[in-house]
Design a binder for this molecule. Structure first.
Ligand code: GLY
Length: 528
């Protein structure tokens, strides 16, 4: 069994769970809970996520995305500035992680629930060594934290250094209750009241019923074919599946593999144009319980042929040329970003696998930390809080993603599984807000269309274009200067910043596993 994800602790935990007879879901749940202890800025129980699971040939998708509280409505943020959906109580959606992990285990787990929670509880009680990433992200959030957050993450008012040990006795206590009671420990009783208190004292409007009524959704994975492979993707409320499926189809329709050399300017240009056109329609998507998603229309051959015909080898399409007159008037084109999400995949040699992406949205989410040491998300910013205006990721969102009580905000998280003739080939995903989609797309492309091994496919330079802003983002120091000049000569505006962090496991036809973590940040891959 192998794992890839952001934390070195998870490799040992997964090996231990494997040795005890646990399956990939037991291993992933134990690993995800470990992240809640060691990586609270994105792995916390106060967030949400998605998982794609393949067990004994059966595939399912789990949506444990945060949900808007009953008090939320399309005008919640109307007269408020952009900060209201980023920091404080109004930024928080009802968390889904504690229920998601519990339901995953209930449906698929082999070990006892208490056994899969135990490694995380021990790390909270006995302490773990904080990393450079932990110190950077925690320090920069000091002033956003509630008093409990400051006391927990800055013990005795000190800044921890990489390698220092942090104990979290309050979280260990909560995890003990979670071991005994399951998801109820989070959504009812003292913990639910703690959450309601901290949210409502900082401008939000939660009730204990908002927590009690939280439910995960089991969904059918979205399927597409790419060069003879079967790709299982996350359906709405993630936009990831739809956009990746469009992009993969456009690779085929534009004959990118046949017409360009790997890592050439022409290939990067083609990838950029494909991404630009695939992201164009993201704003039409939303929670399927509240909006009708035009998924079938977007993936129709005629629609894709039209997009493919727009791509020219020598000239970048200007995003503004595709905007309607109304959009031109209302859309504010600006980019900002700062995001914290993470991904973990586990696979065994039979090809059973789970790919899970979780997030608090921004690092440490809303800045609210409960008395138990649980950081709460700021996922409400993923809704269309201010129509026509870019959100934290520079994304302009649409009506389908309006703020509504009980709805889940549109996401870009894209846990993905690839198979060939029923055999598992890849399990992957990434953090990075909208950059998740372009990163997962390009790693699938490099692995399957260019036959690179999983590590090289991940570490290769990537380009990101999300339609608006009309700008290519690429990793500084990965593309040679002549490639940048080549892209500019075709009319692209190029900006440098890192482009997501992909974690992937590949399985060969004889059952050999190879796992890799992106060298763009901290991470670990291992197992046997
Ligand atoms: N919070 C980022 C996303 O879900 O896309």
């Amino acid at each position: 069994m192998m794992v890839t994800g952001p934390s070195p602790y998870s490799v040992q935990i997964v090996k231990d769970i494997d040795a005890k007879g646990g399956n990939v879901v037991d291993a992933l749940v134990a690993g995800a809970l470990e992240l809640a202890v060691t990586h609270p800025y994105y792995g916390a129980l106060g967030g949400g996520g998605f998982a794609l699971v393949k067990i004994n040939g059966e595939k399912t998708a789990l949506d444990f995305r945060e949900m808007a509280p009953k008090s939320a409505n399309p005008d919640t943020y109307k007269d408020k500035d952009a900060k209201a959906s980023l920091t404080g109580g109004l930024a928080v959606g009802v968390p889904g992680v504690p229920s998601g992990l519990y339901e995953l285990h209930k449906k698929y787990g082999k070990l006892k629930w208490a056994q899969v929670v135990e490694p995380a509880r021990l790390l909270a009680e006995k302490g773990f060594e904080v990393s450079g990433e932990w110190v950077k992200l925690t320090t920069r959030n000091h002033d956003r934290f509630t008093k409990d957050g400051q006391e927990i993450f800055f013990p005795k008012n000190q800044n921890l250094k990489p390698g220092d040990t942090l104990k979290q006795p309050q979280l260990a206590k909560f995890l003990k209750r979670y071991q005994k009671e399951g998801a109820k420990a989070f959504y009812e009783g003292a913990n639910a009241r703690e959450i309601v208190d901290v949210v409502n004292q900082t401008g939000g409007a939660f009730t204990t019923d908002d927590l009690k009524n939280y439910k995960v959704r089991w969904l059918k994975p979205m399927m597409t074919k790419f060069m003879g492979y079967d790709v299982s993707l996350m359906p709405p409320p993630s936009s990831g599946g739809v956009v990746i499926a469009q992009a993969l189809k456009l690779v085929e329709k534009t004959k990118l593999v046949e017409k360009t050399q790997p890592l050439s300017v022409d290939e990067f240009h083609g990838l950029i144009e494909i991404e630009k056109l695939s992201y164009r329609n993201r704003s039409q998507l939303g929670d399927p319980d509240f909006a009708k998603n035009p998924t079938d229309d977007l993936l129709k051959d005629e629609a894709l042929d039209k997009l493919a015909s727009m791509i020219k080898p020598d000239k970048a399409i200007k995003s503004a040329s595709l905007l309607t007159a109304e959009e031109k008037q209302t859309i504010e084109n600006a980019a900002k970003e700062k995001a914290e999400t993470t991904h973990m995949s586990v696979m065994d040699s039979q090809g059973n696998t789970i790919a899970m992406t979780v997030t608090l949205n921004g690092d440490y989410g809303s800045g609210l930390v409960t008395k138990s040491g649980i950081a709460l998300n700021n996922e409400m910013d993923d809704f269309t809080t201010h129509p026509g205006k870019p959100n934290m990721f520079g994304l302009i969102q649409g009506e389908a993603n309006a703020v509504r009580a009980g709805a889940r905000p549109l996401s870009s998280m894209s846990p993905t599984i690839v198979e060939k003739d029923g055999q598992t080939v890849l399990s992957l995903g990434s953090p990075g807000g909208p950059r998740i989609i372009s990163a997962v797309f390009q790693v699938i492309y490099r692995s399957l269309a260019r036959n690179l091994d999983v590590d090289v496919a991940i570490q290769s330079p990537r380009v990101h274009h999300q339609f608006l802003p009309d700008q290519v983002k690429t990793d500084a120091n990965k593309l040679p200067p002549e490639s940048i000049e080549g892209l500019k000569a075709k009319g692209h505006s190029v900006d440098f910043s890192s482009t997501a962090k992909v974690y992937a496991i590949r399985r060969s036809s004889d059952g050999m596993l190879s796992a890799a973590a992106d060298a763009r940040g901290e991470g670990a891959a291992g197992g046997h």
